[in-house]
Design a protein around this ligand. Structure first.
Ligand code: AQP
Length: 334
């Protein structure tokens, strides 16, 4: 089986975008790959976090993975910071990374412009941590959205540079990972602006459906979400990004094809469609939410899953880290 590595940051409530763009695809392909799924807490602190919220966020994210159908028998589920090799390899790779490679990252430039003088060093160096996250597990494939493509390229460049520089007469330390480009249409947009993506950090709570929102809250958010004055409902009209987005959500939660959705709801008004969408969304999330509640009630189970996951992940990660150290001359006592 090909190996795959992926994760979500515990920076707030996980929402429908994280679900359709990441977690649901992990679940759907779980039997196909050898999976490493982690909660990416070390990345979360590149911007300020409330420590209490972060701690709770890690647990909630892990519980969401399991509730969505990630099976610890089939996938290694763990928290990034529980495997020390992530931070350790990051230091080794940081020392082997030209600073201008990091300064040209588009996300860094954008965030730096936004945050000005207060920008933390972690924002600059975080692609090196991401490279470590990936390279430690020697995966074949890394699922990435368009916005992370440049960081995966950097990971590959770092791997090649390290192998060339330090592994001339020894086996290569790192494997070259390939991008698994996430399916088109997997991008869920904000409920209040169909041109920007649904995001945890959007200050407008009504812009997203959280996976743990109650039925009432889901119905209210969808009742209030942005629509338009056009007649009927249709896909891909560039003037109607909200319409395409809501149909995409409807398609995902009902499991129907685009054509079936068009036939069913094409002639509907927003007033008829919105409650239908709300009901279908609530129904789709019902089993996930029930499992989520159960998992959080029995923390000993979740703790065991995360402990076992970290142990299994550590076995692979420590081996790669050992090779990297050896290659660089960071000696053990042997
Ligand atoms: N709106 C989205 N549509 C589809 N996929 C999405 N993802 C995030 N938003 C959408 C996917 O979720 C995974 C985890 O993302 P992340 O937590 O590492 O960070 P992110 O992409 O920056 O997600 P958010 O929710 O927008 O978080 P904040 O606001 O904290 O930055 C990734 O696979 C991502 O593609």
């Amino acid at each position: 089986k090909k190996r795959i590595v992926s994760g979500v940051q515990p920076t707030g409530n996980l929402h429908f975008g994280n679900y359709l763009g990441a977690i649901k695809q992990w679940v759907d392909n779980q039997d196909k790959y050898d999976n490493f799924f982690f909660v990416v807490d070390l990345h979360a602190i590149t911007v300020p976090q409330d420590p209490k919220n972060l701690k709770a966020g890690v647990i909630n994210a892990a519980a969401t993975y399991l509730a969505a159908g990630i099976d610890p028998e089939k996938s290694k589920v763990f928290v990034q910071s529980h495997v020390g090799a992530h931070a350790e390899l990051t230091w080794l790779l940081t020392c082997a990374t030209p600073i201008n490679w990091l300064e040209k990252m588009i996300q860094f430039k954008e965030k730096k412009t936004k945050q000005g003088e207060n920008v933390g060093t972690g924002l600059l160096t975080y692609p090196v941590l991401m490279a470590s996250d990936i390279l430690l597990y020697r995966p074949d494939l890394v699922p990435v959205g368009e916005d992370q493509r440049q960081h995966l390229e950097l990971t590959r460049d770092l791997a090649r540079r390290f192998n060339d520089q330090f592994c001339k007469r020894r086996r290569k330390t790192f494997k070259d990972p390939q991008a698994l480009i996430v399916k088109e249409g997997a991008r869920v947009m904000s409920l209040t602006d169909g041109t920007s993506k649904m995001s945890k950090s959007d200050p407008v709570e009504g812009s997203r459906i959280n996976l743990t929102d109650s039925p009432d809250v889901i119905a209210k958010k969808l009742r209030r979400c942005k629509t338009d004055m056009h007649q009927g409902l249709e896909w891909d009209n560039p003037d109607r990004p909200e319409c395409t987005n809501l149909l995409t959500i409807y398609q995902a939660v009902t499991g129907k094809t685009r054509e079936e959705v068009s036939l069913e709801v094409g002639d509907m008004s927003w007033g008829t469609f919105k409650p239908l969408l709300a009901d279908a969304t609530v129904e789709h999330l019902r089993p996930l939410q029930a499992r989520y509640k159960d998992i959080l009630e029995d923390r000993s189970y979740l703790n065991k899953v995360l402990r076992d996951g970290a142990e299994a992940a550590d076995e692979v990660a420590s081996e790669t880290l050992g090779w990297a150290k050896e290659a660089m001359g960071i000696s053990s006592l042997k």
